[in-house]
Design a protein around this ligand. Structure first.
Ligand SMILES: Nc1ncnc2c1ncn2[C@@H]1O[C@H](COP(=O)(O)OP(=O)(O)O)[C@@H](O)[C@H]1O
Ligand SMILES: [Mg+2]
Length: 367
């Protein structure tokens, strides 16, 4: 096993950086999730570790050693892709044992290892089947098994669950976490799915346009996002962002008023938020949908645009003034408004995050 690190790693395509000056360490035995929207550079980052993509600048380290000049086959990492990349003409057993055969492991050892790993993934009954005779979930298990038998120093997983339906995704997600915990193998796991990131990662690293935005434990990113991008990307739906102004323009006025004016009314800033907001020329306040509620005593006036029932939860999309929309999360048991209703929204005290209007950097808020 080994830690994996990026040091100032940049990879450009046609002059444009796909990954820019990435500094990131995956600790020995850690499951780190690299999260971001499509095209943000996740696969490129992973391929740099695998040796399939060479950094234009910076270094990749595995086990504390710079591997920039080490051939992919000598890096001792195993990659698992979204497309399972199994050999179609080989049965499950031969697919799984392929890396061992290539390594010259004798037949008896191969057989034993394949049986053990197959059993741990519930594949023992399927060893004689060809990939085309398997479901998507089973194929992905075979791909995982093939990575595991190698006993690599690190797993690199690129959206391995994307091709699975929702139920299988949930199951396989749990399987990967259990497996990673049992094996303790350093894992860099790439996804665009924030739910996967929140539920699987020991830590999450959020990437946007090739640039690392924030890295930390899931709850830390959710509770204290470093900027608006992270705030909106985590959560379903993400944090509401409301352009805001202070009553008056000085820090002093902010402390007195301790509220920010937004379309449709005002929101309470709290001590920390008010102090932080006083320093900024332009502001955006952020509130998570679960910290909002419909109530006649609310400080925001809004019109209901959409009511989405999602089983236990209801998402109420509201229009504030001309420019701003926000989502209120309710329990399904609460009285539901109708589309077009005028409503008032109450903001939970101590729940308002403050960001700069320009870069979107966090200025203050709870936590
Ligand atoms: N081989 C390549 N040639 C040119 N551009 C590429 C290549 N690979 C990736 N890119 C570009 O680099 C950016 C990041 O791509 P990628 O790492 O695949 O993102 P992600 O995996 O997050 O979706 C994208 O703009 C993509 O078009
Ligand atoms: Mg990708």
């Amino acid at each position: 096993m080994a830690d994996v690190a990026f040091r100032g790693a940049t990879r450009r395509f046609g002059g444009r950086p796909a990954v820019e000056r990435l500094d990131l360490e995956v600790a020995d035995g850690e499951l780190l999730v690299l999260l971001g929207p499509s095209g943000c550079g996740k696969t490129t980052a992973l391929r740099m570790v695998a040796g399939l993509e060479e950094p234009d600048e910076g270094e990749i380290l595995i086990g504390g050693r710079v591997v920039n000049d080490v051939e992919p086959k000598d890096r001792d990492v195993a990659m698992v892709f979204q497309s399972y990349a199994l050999y179609p003409h080989l049965n499950v057993e031969h697919n799984i044992e392929f890396p061992l055969r290539r390594r010259g492991v004798d037949a008896q050892r191969r057989r034993q290892t394949v049986r053990e790993v197959a059993a741990s993934l519930g594949l023992q009954e399927l060893l004689a089947r060809k990939p085309r005779e398997l479901s998507g979930g089973q194929r992905q298990r075979v791909a995982l098994a093939r990575a595991i038998v190698r006993q690599p120093r690190a797993f690199l997983m690129d959206e391995p669950l994307s091709n699975l339906d929702a139920a299988l995704r949930l199951q396989t997600r749990a399987d990967i976490v259990a497996l990673q915990t049992r094996l303790g193998t350093t894992t860099l796991y790439v996804t665009h799915d924030q739910v996967e990131a929140m539920t699987m990662g020991h830590r999450i690293a959020v990437l946007d346009h090739g640039v690392l935005q924030q890295v930390g434990p899931p709850h830390a990113l959710y509770d204290r996002p470093a900027n608006l991008f992270v705030a909106k990307f985590l959560g379903s739906p993400g944090m509401n962002a409301l352009p805001a102004t202070l009553e008056g323009t000085t820090a002093h006025a902010a402390r007195v008023a301790r509220v920010a004016r937004v379309d449709g009314g005002h929101v309470p800033l709290g001590d920390d938020g008010a102090a932080a907001a006083g320093q900024a020329a332009s502001l955006v306040v952020g509130v998570r949908p679960e910290h909002l509620a419909l109530s006649p005593s609310g400080t925001l006036e809004a019109k209901v645009l959409l009511v989405e029932l999602l089983g236990a939860d209801v998402h109420v999309l509201c229009q504030l003034g001309d420019q701003t929309k926000l989502v209120v999360r309710q329990d399904a048991s609460a009285p539901r408004p109708a589309i077009g209703d005028g409503v008032r929204i109450v903001v939970a005290s101590g729940s308002v995050h403050v960001f700069t209007g320009g870069s979107g950097a966090r200025l203050g808020g709870p936590g």
